[in-house]
Design a protein around this ligand. Structure first.
Ligand code: ZN
Length: 206
């Protein structure tokens, strides 16, 4: 499996999702991160989720993996090496109470197994990405589908913003935001993560 370094995530990068959670659309990328302990490869395995901290939500996202250190002036397509479908698992009740207090989201977004990632495939280029939807199927029903055409901040903007504020190098991955349709995951749910018609990852939650 591909080595993972920093895990960055973009919040509220699809207007319809910001709206469904009654959040404002941000004027610049909203970035948060997850500890590497959150990372788990979905390869038909069973993945444990928290059971005593309220609702666990899936957020299906296109994940890009950076292949080289970003230097000013580089294009996104030069630095993105691979891509995958990811689930940014979120303890939604915990997040809501943290938001109310103005506290960081880390406890809601950073628990072990909170970054579920399919197999990586070579990055196909931005235009190719726009021709395919990514989607999540839960218990044999499609529950979420998205296309990067609908992102508020594109790959170039996200990459430059992460690089200048946080640093960006080989092995870093970025969850690029979820479209609308987030919902709950409960033990026993079985999911498939699709790129177009191709299943890149699957797992059962326990
Ligand atoms: Zn997310």
């Amino acid at each position: 499996m591909t080595e993972i370094r920093n895990i960055f995530c973009v919040g509220r990068n699809y207007a319809a999702h910001a709206k469904e959670l009654q959040n404002e659309v941000p004027e610049q990328p909203m970035i948060f991160s997850k500890p590497t302990h959150a990372f788990i490869h979905a390869n038909g395995n069973s993945i444990t989720i928290p059971k005593d901290r309220g609702e666990v939500h899936y957020e299906t996202e296109l994940v890009i993996r950076i292949g080289k250190s970003f230097q000013d002036g580089m294009r996104a397509e030069e630095v993105i090496e691979q891509m995958a479908i990811g689930l940014d698992l979120t303890l939604r009740d915990v997040q809501n109470s943290l938001k109310e207090k103005g506290h960081p989201w880390l406890l809601a977004k950073g628990f072990p197994n909170a970054a579920v990632i399919s197999d990586f495939i070579p990055f196909e280029g931005i235009e190719a990405c726009k021709r395919n939807n990514f989607s999540l199927w839960k218990n044999n029903e499609q529950v979420q589908s998205g296309n990067i055409r609908l992102m508020i901040f594109d790959f170039q903007t996200i990459i430059e913003y992460c690089a200048s504020n946080l640093g960006l190098g080989e092995g870093d991955i970025i969850f690029t935001g979820t479209p609308e349709g987030v919902g709950t995951i409960t033990p026993g749910d079985q999911v498939e993560m699709l790129w177009g018609n191709k299943i890149l990852g699957s797992c059962t939650f326990s």
